[in-house]
Design a protein around this ligand. Structure first.
Ligand code: ADP
Length: 459
């Protein structure tokens, strides 16, 4: 019914509730009215059967008929005893036979001839419009007992019930319409409201309170999830804006310088060899900066995309670190300490881990102050290798610790032009380490230095 078409939640709830009430009503109708007669008759049959069985049992013990009086009275039944074809005992006061003679015509004979021990007959007396259930019992030695009870005509009762049932049906349907209306409203209202809020939050990119306190767990949970998404969306939007502003600023500065110095070299210093060279050097320097920045952005988008498949190999990490440190030999004022005696082999993507180490060591250099010592430590922890890059630099403020891994986050804007940083170095580190399923982090104290660390699987 609801397979392809779309209906509102309130309509669906309403339809289901009404259908449910109709189903229950139909069920009750079936049992109360349609099957009532059959049910009543089967109950009567089993009642007479039980009484008959009881008579068989008692007669066996007592060999006498007086006990039948009590049974007949108790169960409102009529019991006759026959010796052959002749009635010798009856529970009616005149002892004439309580079973209407016409009822039994043929049945007594039929039963006696059947040689059955016990047999039930339903006797329909059309003349008197009475039906009865009769059990014939063979008590042996030509003694037969007949137990009978009449079936009360149920037609009038059924008619009354049916009439009553029509009112009940109307009443139940009205109630279910009302309940369905309120229930569906209660369910759909908070969802409609959540949808409205989500739409608003999406368009306005504003913080929205999704906590409706609807009293329905699932809806309140949905509200919480939407609130989380909303916060994330705002954060991403802010970061995107910041990123755009920063990238364009960082791209614009070297570009302006390049074009300005190129013009100077062309127009003013054409004949002044030294000046021209100076101009060209600035152009080369700024082009390198641009190149670095663009490379960082490309790197980040690559490691961030799911397309970056790791090329896992086993390599000697001590060699890699030594190679990187050697690259920095021109930084004469810096002291690099890497004194690990033990050689470790790790399983990771060589190029990406090289990038992580470069970025961390670069940062350690960029954010160092007077003490320009940078230490790299390797430590085996369980079956993993802990790699630490330690500096004695400016440290990071507590409130910035979680943010520095975000794209383009620079805790101190004044460092912006001084360093070669693009503000996305740590974001690249984070993404590479996440791709490696590595644990990573930083321990830092303001003005005392920072220890950036990550774990790699040992081979
Ligand atoms: P940047 O290019 O600005 O260095 P990163 O993503 O590498 O970009 O780092 C983000 C920010 O984290 C830096 O701007 C700096 O504020 C902080 N940071 C990173 N490494 C260090 C460090 N070793 N010591 C102090 N602050 C650091």
């Amino acid at each position: 019914m609801f397979k392809n078409k779309k209906y509102s939640l309130s309509f669906k709830t309403w339809v289901f509730l009404v259908l449910f009430s109709i189903f229950i009503l139909a069920f009750v109708w079936l049992f109360q009215i349609v099957f009532l007669k059959t049910y009543y008759e089967s109950r009567k049959v089993s009642e007479v059967y039980n009484v008959s069985k009881n008579i068989m049992y008692e007669y066996n013990i007592k060999q006498d008929f007086h006990f039948l009086e009590d049974i007949a009275l108790k169960h409102e039944m009529c019991i006759e005893v026959n010796l052959g074809e002749k009635t010798v005992y009856s529970t009616d006061i005149y002892n004439k036979g309580c079973i209407v003679a016409a009822d039994l015509v043929g049945y007594k004979e039929k039963f006696i001839n059947s040689n059955e021990e016990i047999q039930a007959y339903k006797i329909v007396n059309e003349k008197l419009d009475t039906n009865s259930i009769i059990y014939g019992i063979n008590l042996k030695n030509n003694v037969y007992a007949f137990v009978s009870t009449s079936l009360v005509p149920l037609e009038s009762t059924i008619n009354i019930l049916a009439e009553q049932f029509i009112y009940v049906t109307i009443f139940v349907l009205i109630i279910s319409f009302i309940v369905a209306y309120f229930l569906s409203n209660k369910l759909s209202k908070p969802i409609i409201k959540l949808n409205y809020l989500a739409e608003y939050a999406y368009k306005a990119k504003e913080k929205v309170d999704f906590n409706l306190k609807s009293g329905i767990v699932e809806i309140d949970e949905l509200g919480k999830t939407l609130e989380k998404n909303n916060k994330e969306l705002i954060k991403t939007d802010e970061l995107r804006r910041e990123l755009m502003a920063n990238v364009s600023h960082d791209l614009k500065t070297p570009l302006t310088m390049i074009s300005a110095y190129a013009e100077m070299a062309r127009d003013l210093n054409q004949n002044n060899q030294a000046k021209r060279e100076e101009n060209l050097n600035v152009i080369i320097e700024e082009s390198k900066r641009l190149n670095l920045l663009v490379n960082d952005i490309l790197d980040l988008s690559r490691v961030e995309s799911k397309l970056d498949i790791l090329d896992l190999t086993t390599f000697n990490i001590n060699d890699l670190i030594t190679k990187i440190i050697n690259h920095y030999h021109y930084k004469e004022d810096f002291t690099f300490i890497f004194k690990n005696k033990k050689t470790y082999y790790v399983q990771a993507d060589y190029k990406r881990i090289e990038q992580v180490l470069y970025n961390l060591i670069n940062n350690a250099i960029n954010y160092s102050k007077d003490d320009k010592t940078i230490t790299i430590n390797l430590k085996k922890v369980k079956n993993k290798l802990l790699v630490e890059v330690i500096d004695k630099g400016i440290g990071i403020k507590d409130e910035d610790i979680d943010l520095i891994w975000d794209k383009y986050y620079k805790s101190d804007k004044k460092y912006q032009r001084n360093t070669t940083g693009s503000g996305i170095g740590l974001s690249i580190v984070k993404n590479i380490l996440i791709n490696h399923h590595s644990e990573y982090g930083v321990e830092t104290k303001l003005n005392q230095g920072s220890t950036f660390y990550f774990y790699l699987p040992l081979k």
